[in-house]
Design a protein around this ligand. Sequence first.
Ligand code: FPP
Length: 253
Amino acid sequence: MAEVAHLDSVAPPRHVAIIMDGNGRWANARGLHRTQGHAAGEPALFDVVHGALDLGIEWLTVYTFSTENWSRDEYEVSFLMDFNVDLLERRRNELDDLGVRVKFMGDLSDERIPPVLLERIADAEELTKDNTRMTMVFAFNYGGRTEIIDAVRAIAEKVAAGAVEPAAIDAHTLAGHLYLPDMPDPDLVIRTSGEQRTSNYLLWEAAYSEYVFTPVLWPDFDRHELARCVQEYQERERRFGGAIDGSLEGGGG
Ligand code: FPP
């Protein structure tokens, strides 16, 4: 009985981060253009938002555009920019009504980002800033290495100005200079489409995350698949949680 009580007590992950991969393959398999795969990814994403709310997940981070995605053909890049504008216009009220706070994380100083998108991002963040049910982070023009480089540069400037002692720099210092210093580290990172790489996603933040890889292509992903991934995470936690907690307390991790 004691063991059952322990099984029941495995909490849902507080922060789930997703690499929404496979839109292009989903479209190709249907004789469609890759961009139609991205469009088909939108209902999947919003079903997942509902599923995350039902599961009590507090932070949901999704990779919507990486720093590497600029190398895609001009039509696809331009589609993705316009699509983000449309999506924010069409969905911001729905997210607000659901109690979701919207945040963007990435290099928004990049001059290739259309000004209208920057305006929509600011609008959505402002509209939803007081919501507390869940924070949805759009990793946009995001790259983990760039994020760490930007943090190092900001710290170096403080060192040069005499405001920070080099010997005092530790993991907390670096974490405090990332794009969203208040974001908890992800407990679970999900990548769809069968690819098993981190692809520069949350390099610092995911140092201790569990990874779940699913063969499902992103447009076919939904709240049920999310629940299955969360269950896999919880099963790992319930088998290994005690040992992992113990080693972290010991300072090893
Ligand atoms: C990866 O699939 C997906 C992207 C680069 C874009 C993600 C965009 C969406 C899921 C659309 C909905 C959401 C927003 C916020 C715009 P891929 O193109 O790399 O697929 P492939 O590996 O099969 O080619």
